[in-house]
Write a protein that binds this ligand. Structure first.
Ligand SMILES: [Zn+2]
Length: 406
């Protein structure tokens, strides 16, 4: 079958070490990489509206298939004409497949299945009960793609088994086998639908590499997922983003197996500014995490500067994890901004730590917005600075000019 025209591509602009700068072209516009993607679980980045997201220069946002499927439901999103129209965001959107939430949020559905004893895993899919009302549902690979076609994001994901890092080798092997079988089914179903959303737009499908902390399984998974004609490659698993040392090691195992011409997405990574820097240096292009907004809501705001340390980019801060706790009494009389040098709306317009401390302690609603803007813009500014750092010293061009000199 001839592939339809693909209005999705990854243009590699520059490379520096393993770090890459590029542009992802989608039907709803370009995304410059490396990029941090704010998470809009229910079609909304918590406490922010679309004007805020434009202001902080978000280029792509994430929405969760599992949550949107349950509420408001795909019928309603279809009536609205798709997710872009429904949520009033005309730039690129990525949806996950729902796999991770089915495993992590679903509630007891009878038969036990290892750590995730609330779901029933079969070769054909997963039965689960919804976290908010206990209703029963079944997701198969084809169903996960069909739901994502109805939501209508620019980038969609294969349905995978969110395996736990405490799986035995035998359990992990079985799990990876199921993830590969489901990836193939998702791929075939996507092809059969001409790779189009229900609204006629091209939808890029990314495959997901699993394998836990077993090097041979990770390599096997990287080879298999890279062998299919997906538009991008994602790296999933419990470790990714939560244990950065293990995440970097994992990238070392599989990097040589990953295609150069596809974007690499480390799923759920980006809790701390340094995490995004480390993952970019390890060769990843796309990141998402609920961390920045969740931390903001809990009083934890980023403080520090993007600097060069021994020739490598780093987020330099005198505080642990590069964050301050705005609820701390010592900020009650601190009339400086959250992070001097920050270009976010909150810092630039002069909101002080003292005032934000007061808003946080009194649970005033404006606090959540102002702190979320600051934390998200910090992540987006870092990916912006990384992009500039990579393009300022492009090894691909240097190689070309070296060849020309010969
Ligand atoms: Zn700021």
């Amino acid at each position: 079958m001839q592939s339809p025209q693909r209005p999705f591509s990854f243009e590699l602009i520059a490379k520096r070490g393993h770090a890459r700068a590029g542009v992802i072209h989608t039907p709803h516009g370009p995304v410059r990489t490396p990029i941090f993607m704010p998470v809009g679980t229910l079609g909304s980045v918590k406490s922010l509206d679309m004007a805020d997201l434009h202001e902080l220069q978000a280029e792509i946002i994430l929405a969760n298939t599992y949550h949107l499927f349950l509420r408001p439901g795909t019928d309603l999103i279809e009536q609205a004409g798709g997710i872009h129209k429904y949520i009033n965001w005309q730039q690129p959107i990525l949806t996950d497949s729902g796999g991770f939430q089915v495993f992590s949020l679903g509630v007891q559905s009878g038969q036990k299945s290892g750590k995730y004893n609330h779901v029933r895993i079969g070769a054909d899919g997963v039965s689960f009960r919804a976290h908010h009302n206990g209703s029963s549902y079944f997701f198969s690979p084809e169903r996960a793609i069909e739901i994502q076609r109805a939501i209508g994001a620019d980038i969609i994901m294969t349905f995978d088994e969110a395996m736990s890092d405490d799986y035995s080798k035998e359990q992990a092997t079985q799990s990876v086998g199921r993830t590969h079988q489901w990836a193939k089914q998702c791929f075939s179903y996507w092809q059969s639908q001409n790779r189009l959303s229900k609204y006629g737009d091209y939808q890029a499908l990314f495959g997901i590499i699993q394998g836990g902390l077993f090097p041979d399984l990770r390599k096997k998974s990287a080879s298999y997922i890279s062998s299919l004609d997906f538009d991008g490659i994602a790296i999933g698993g419990e470790t990714v983003g939560y244990n950065m040392a293990a995440t970097q090691e994992l990238m070392d195992w599989i990097r040589s197996l990953l295609p150069d011409h596809k974007p690499i997405y480390t799923m759920g990574l980006g809790r701390d500014p340094q995490d995004v820097i480390d993952a970019t240096l390890a060769g990843a292009d796309m990141f998402d995490c609920v961390g920045p907004t969740r931390l903001a809501r809990n009083g934890s705001v980023y403080e520090g500067q993007f600097r060069m340390v021994d020739g490598q980019p780093a987020f330099v801060s005198s505080h642990k994890h590069g964050r301050i706790n705005i609820g701390n009494q010592k900020y009650a009389h601190d009339f400086s901004v959250l992070n001097p040098g920050c270009d976010c709306y909150t810092c630039q317009s002069g909101y002080t730590r003292a005032y934000l401390h007061h808003l946080y302690c009194t649970r005033e609603l404006s606090y959540y917005r102002l702190a979320s803007i600051h934390n998200l813009r910090t992540m987006l500014r870092i990916t912006d600075k990384l992009r500039k750092w990579i393009t300022a010293h492009d090894e691909t061009k240097q190689k070309t000019s070296a060849k020309t000199k010969k």
